[in-house]
Design a protein around this ligand. Structure first.
Ligand code: TMP
Length: 245
């Protein structure tokens, strides 16, 4: 906004300043393009996959091109990094190493999959993106947001999601769902899921903080609700943004 005041001395510069604001807004709200980048965030077990699947069905039914992906992972190298990060090990990564591994996976993901998909006019739906690093490494591991934001920016080369959907859930409910999953599918908790309750409590706070700091780019959903209700709220948001009708 400082630019507007400084440049507002002549009609031409005022016009330029207003055009700049308009272009920023249309980019942020997506009215000037037909592909969007949406990140789904939240605690483990918050229902991101179910909501992603529902949105996928909607895009399919409208013949909208899309890719669904996830972090860490999304590329062959990213999947290898994912295994390194999530495996339970006698020699686990330190907090900074862990962050760098997530960021390495992200850089590859952005360069090889996300940016090319957006350039070919596809919607990109990702299960986790930069806000996960803010919440898990920045807040819960205590690295701090400034460092994580700098690395996020480097890894993404400045790309950010058009919309972040936070599935907010209590730590108790998240743990209950994870235990159910373990009992029914036999899939055991990974290294991060096995962290103590207070770690996950800090993660939840980190997400809520991220959503408050950049509120225009977030939709916060109460993930204790059934997924069909969450999907209705998501659709309303997309209609309000003008991304679907
Ligand atoms: P998930 O794909 O099952 O959600 O597993 C990924 C785990 O990695 C999950 O516990 C969240 C965590 N994570 C981070 O700690 N930082 C990150 O930047 C990302 C993308 C994920």
């Amino acid at each position: 906004m400082g630019t507007v005041n400084e440049d507002a001395g002549s009609d031409t510069s005022l016009c330029l300043a207003l055009t700049k604001i308009f272009m920023t807004k249309t980019k942020a709200y997506g009215t000037s393009k037909d592909m969007y980048f949406i990140a789904f965030e939240g605690l483990d077990g918050s229902g991101k996959s179910s909501l992603l699947q529902l949105l996928e069905s909607l895009l399919k039914s409208r013949a909208i091109d899309y890719v669904i992906t996830r972090e860490p992972g999304g590329t062959p190298l990213g999947d290898k990094i994912r295994d390194l990060i999530l495996e339970k090990s006698q020699n686990p990564p330190t907090a900074r190493t862990e962050l760098l591994l997530y960021e390495a996976s992200r850089a590859q993901h952005v360069d090889q999959l996300i940016r090319p998909a957006l350039q070919s006019k596809k919607w990109v739906l990702t299960d986790r993106f930069t806000a996960s690093s803010l919440a898990f490494q920045g807040t819960a591991r205590g690295i701090g947001w400034e460092k994580v934001e700098a690395l996020n920016h480097f890894a993404t080369d400045g790309l950010s999601a058009d919309l972040n959907v936070l599935l907010d859930l209590s730590v108790q409910e998240s743990e209950k769902r994870r235990k159910n999953r373990e009992a029914t599918s036999g899939v055991l908790a990974d290294r991060i899921e096995s962290e103590a309750q207070d770690f996950h409590q800090r993660v939840r706070q980190g997400f809520l903080q991220a959503a408050q700091v950049d509120a225009q780019k977030w939709l916060i959903l109460d993930a204790s609700k059934p997924s069909n209700e969450l999907f209705i709220e998501l659709q309303k948001k997309l209609i309000q943004l003008g991304w679907i009708s």
